[in-house]
Design a protein around this ligand. Structure first.
Ligand SMILES: CC(C)(COP(=O)(O)OP(=O)(O)OC[C@H]1O[C@@H](n2cnc3c(N)ncnc32)[C@H](O)[C@@H]1OP(=O)(O)O)[C@@H](O)C(=O)NCCC(=O)NCCS
Length: 329
């Protein structure tokens, strides 16, 4: 039997039109462009209006990815949406996207692995395709964390932005392109470091028990920073090891865009030259599950990612979770 490869046939993106610059932020909290740019590399981010949500951004990204792939919505077998900021606890955001795009024959589910969500979702989709269970899968990565940050907390609100990216994976036996390898890791012992406590079954939004527990994102910046630097290198080294290749074989590195210093330290550990490292954190900040597909989208649009190239993606986030994908584009 021929091996089935999960090949990226289409890619799309969905971003809000509203731009929030560092100077705009300095009018809201005690911060300035120099501090944010120096510590994070971020200059501006996109922020949703009240009417824009995870599903509305996801639908825009999904439609573009389907168009690009030349695959009709009713040819999709599965819609997976990686998000931790879906429109509501249920129904799933993937179902809202499935309905809006008219994927009438597809299953749909959400996957929650925070900023590593797109890595986990791509791995799940490709495993289903490789097993022969499904042929066409839409993977959306989207987060709208601006609606959950504390806009009085300067140490977190400057970091996040909103955005979505989507790919269409298609099962093929006539090519060596496709998702090659994946690693997925976790350490729930670090759950305390980045969390949103209210809104789940422990502290429901409407319960008096939620008391002082925050309905905003809490993040212990320094702990997350230390974890991120180790996690990026760890996931990439394991991935390269398992694939039996070295960093020199990588044509493009598209890491989760959380902080330029974290990206640079991973690139240094892997000895990757700057021209192989994709960066757009300056324009989008940390868009969580949207970050990696948005990076892949821009890399392809700008001609930095072409069919046959080997791209390594890596992500880390709340959980704690981290992971990496190796894809022959
Ligand atoms: C958040 C982060 C940028 C902070 O950078 P840092 O160099 O660790 O800064 P610190 O937290 O040590 O704060 C240094 C000082 O800057 C201040 N500061 C924090 N945010 C500030 C802001 N937006 N503007 C100005 N000053 C700020 C702090 O209050 C502190 O002041 P103090 O020394 O008087 O107490 C960094 O820790 C980080 O990027 N962490 C990882 C976050 C991440 O990736 N999260 C997403 C995971 S998916």
């Amino acid at each position: 039997m021929k091996t089935i490869h999960a090949v990226v046939e289409g890619i799309g993106h969905g971003i809000p039109s509203k731009v929030l610059t560092n100077d705009d932020l300095s009018k809201i909290v005690d911060t300035n462009d120099e501090w944010i740019a120096q510590r994070t590399g971020i200059r501006e981010r996109r922020i949703c209006t009240e009417d824009e949500t995870a599903s509305t951004l996801g639908v825009i990204a999904a439609r573009e990815a389907l168009d690009h792939a030349g695959i009709a919505p009713d040819d999709l077998d599965m819609v997976i949406c990686a998000t931790v900021s879906g429109d509501m606890p249920f129904p799933s955001t993937s179902c809202l996207i499935q309905d809006a795009i008219g994927a009438s024959k597809a299953g749909a589910f959400d996957l929650g692995a925070a900023c590593a969500g797109f890595i986990y979702a791509t791995a799940t989709a490709s495993a289903m395709i490789e097993a022969g269970q499904v042929r066409n899968v839409l993977v959306v990565g989207v987060d709208v964390l601006s609606k959950f940050v504390d806009w009085t907390d300067r140490s977190t609100c400057v970091l996040f932005g909103d955005g979505a990216g989507a790919i269409v994976l298609h099962g093929r036996t006539d090519t060596d392109r496709g998702v090659l390898k994946t690693v997925m890791l976790s350490d729930g012992g670090g759950a305390e470091h980045i969390k949103l406590e209210v809104g789940g079954s422990k502290y429901p939004m409407c319960s008096p028990r939620h008391g002082d527990h925050s309905h905003h994102i809490f993040m212990a910046g320094r702990e997350v920073y230390r974890f991120a630097v180790t996690a990026m290198g760890d996931a990439c080294c394991r991935l390269l090891d398992q694939a039996g290749i070295t960093a020199e074989d990588i044509d493009l590195f598209v890491p989760h865009q959380a902080n330029l210093r974290i990206i640079e330290s991973a690139a240094k550990r892997l000895e990757l030259p700057p021209e192989k490292v994709f960066v757009n954190v300056d324009r989008f900040g940390n868009t969580s599950a949207g970050s990696i597909p948005l990076g892949l989208y821009e890399a392809e649009r700008d001609g930095r990612l072409k069919p046959g190239m080997v791209v390594m993606t890596v992500g880390f986030g709340a959980g704690l979770v981290w992971g990496a994908n190796l894809i022959r584009w």
